[in-house]
Design a protein around this ligand. Structure first.
Ligand SMILES: Cc1cc2nc3c(=O)[nH]c(=O)nc-3n(C[C@H](O)[C@H](O)[C@H](O)COP(=O)(O)OP(=O)(O)OC[C@H]3O[C@@H](n4cnc5c(N)ncnc54)[C@H](O)[C@@H]3O)c2cc1C
Length: 301
């Protein structure tokens, strides 16, 4: 394989985790105009600046792509956070959420209570909305339900695996968007010497940092066994923990355990394991910070 330094490296096994990238929508030429803010850094700063510069009584649009995308609860959490901020900083403003999915895709009870209860005076939620094109000058989105104008547009586009996955011909699942893998080892189904973990892989688990951490562990364990002449663990178990900010000081949570199903050869949620908080609280918010610190320390130790 040729690196950016022009050198080639030989390996018995290669593990790739290049994350995801975004599809541009027709009419999109300047990513800063309608920021996705779905990767931290320049884009999140752009969205924050645009919101801060917006007049009180303005309209913010937030779009949610069809699944699979990075962090299933993320856009709903973003909507709650923006709504809470608008109430305090930009009175009389509205947040219109345009969801390409038929319904809230995860943690429906909590997000429904937040959208139609706590934040009902700010959030207007629309299902099954497909964006066909955008007009960056006029700040318009053209959808299957008509044209919509926003003073600020947080456009979270459809997503696909990192470029490396496509370049190496590994993106053969989900209409050529993500890499199918054997979830016992995360070996690519097209090139078994290459393993793909994290958001780039196509599995039944959510595209989440907590899951990426778990996939890395299953993959590392399988590689240790492989180099010892052994088969992978035939019954891996992973878990996903997720906190969602509902206000700037309160959060909800959701936990799911996944277990390998030898019939479908997929990771399946263990029904009894799926649990979510009843509503949201400041204690959950504190726990979220602890969880985040622990996940980062474990992932990057
Ligand atoms: C708003 C938001 C909220 C979220 N909240 C949560 C949450 O509460 N809980 C949770 O578990 N997850 C959450 N996530 C999801 C989480 O951030 C991702 O699922 C996770 O970062 C995926 O990890 P990854 O390693 O696959 O990809 P990334 O973290 O994107 O890492 C991939 C890395 O590969 C690099 N790369 C790509 N191509 C190349 C190349 N050719 N050569 C070298 N390097 C390359 C990239 O620059 C990047 O640094 C959230 C995401 C968002 C956007």
């Amino acid at each position: 394989m040729g690196g950016r330094d022009g050198l080639k490296y030989a390996a018995d096994k290669i593990v790739l985790a290049p994350g995801m990238r975004f599809d541009l929508l027709p009419g999109q030429t300047d990513p800063a105009r309608m920021p996705h803010a779905w990767s931290a850094g320049v884009q999140t700063e752009q969205l924050a600046k645009q919101l801060a510069a917006m007049r009180a009584g303005g309209t913010v649009l937030l779009t949610i792509p069809k699944t699979p995308y990075r962090c299933p609860p993320g856009p709903y959490e973003r909507a709650c956070l923006v709504a809470d901020w608008l109430k305090a900083k930009k009175p009389r403003s509205k947040l219109i959420v345009l969801d390409a999915n038929p319904d809230i895709v995860v943690e429906k009870d909590n997000f429904s209570q937040a959208f139609f209860g706590l934040h009902a005076n700010v959030i207007e939620y629309h299902r099954n909305v497909e964006i066909s094109s955008v007009d960056e000058q006029q700040m318009m989105l053209y959808t299957n339900g008509g044209a919509v104008h926003g003073d600020v547009i947080n456009l979270i586009p459809p997503q696909r695996a990192g470029k490396l996955i496509e370049q190496t011909g590994l993106a053969t699942a989900t209409n050529g968007r993500f890499a199918p893998v054997d979830v016992l080892s995360y070996a690519s189904l097209s090139a078994p010497k290459i393993h793909v973990i994290g958001d780039s892989s196509a599995t039944t688990q959510p595209k989440a940092g907590h899951i990426a951490n778990q996939e890395a562990k299953v993959c590392a364990d399988a590689l240790v066994r492989y180099f010892g002449g052994l088969a992978p663990d035939p019954a891996p178990v992973t878990n996903s923990a997720c906190f969602s900010t509902i206000t700037r000081t309160q959060a909800s949570w959701l936990n799911v355990v996944f277990q390998y199903d030898p019939v479908t050869k997929t990771m399946q949620a263990v029904p009894a394991s799926a649990s979510a908080s009843l509503g949201w609280s400041g204690d959950n918010f504190d726990d979220m910070n602890e969880w985040f610190k622990a996940l980062m320390a474990d992932s990057f130790a």
